[in-house]
Design a protein around this ligand. Sequence first.
Ligand SMILES: [Zn+2]
Length: 319
Amino acid sequence: MSGALAIGIDIGGTKIAAGVVDEQGRVLARRRTDTPGTDTAAVLDTIGDVVDRLRGEHEVSAVGIGAAGFVDASGSTVLFAPHLAWRNEPLRDAVARRTGLPAVVENDANASGWAEWRFGAVQGEPDVVLVTLGTGIGGAIVIDGEPYRGRFGVAGEYGHMQVVPDGLPCDCGNQGCWEQYASGRVLTRRGRAAADAGTAFGRRLLDAAGGSVLDIHGSHVTAAAQQGDEEATGWIADVGDWLGVGMAGLASALDPGVFVVGGGLSDAGELLLAPTRAAFSRSLSGRGHRPEARIVAAGLGPEAGLIGAADMARSAAQP
Ligand SMILES: [Zn+2]
């Protein structure tokens, strides 16, 4: 039956990943392409092309878009996308017109969180907080088995909670945001600084990155930690420390049963999660006198966003 399949598209600042997804969250066909700059018409064209190609192989009933930006609570308009040119972009209707299929638009982190709840690491958990660790921190909240978007659609942007007054400057214009201390960019920043300073570890990172300081990324630090490098392991533990402190704050506000940690930095696994749990337990208000939320790694990897977007589109399109 055609209603069983939907296309999910994850639109990031540099890459567009798309797939045909079935009712069990399996990705049956994939396409990946570069995001064509910031021109909104070009991005819409690319979305249309990707859908056309995937529909050539499978009969689909709907299209779900996960976009890196603020999406209004009705799922029709991208209010603001920091890495794309969308400002109040009525993307849902534009995609529906271009493809002739019912469409939904969702924040990419919300789509990932939904996928983890439906098919991934936290199936059946009623109250879930997703923390996605990439260059920054993204997030999604599931309350009572429903995605929580907030009154204006921008809930879950907790990467920009201030954790250090007058702390490190953030792209958002504020200082001391959580993501400046607990995301992949911390490892990138420290790695490049170590390379600039010519430390032994900095030189190893520089070698791993092919000799250019600006090619050092957090993933090089994670890889070094996985090979047992003590300095890298310590840096990841520092990130875990900040992560647990921030999560304890989120637990005070939301009281989830489980936190699920996704994004590139979650590749560090227990090297990250063990210190996160320790800091969380240490920082939690009422610790020792209340049940503690579990902290687990995400289960679906980088395709979670497109899987969740497809699933949301399929359920919205079904009567
Ligand atoms: Zn910020």
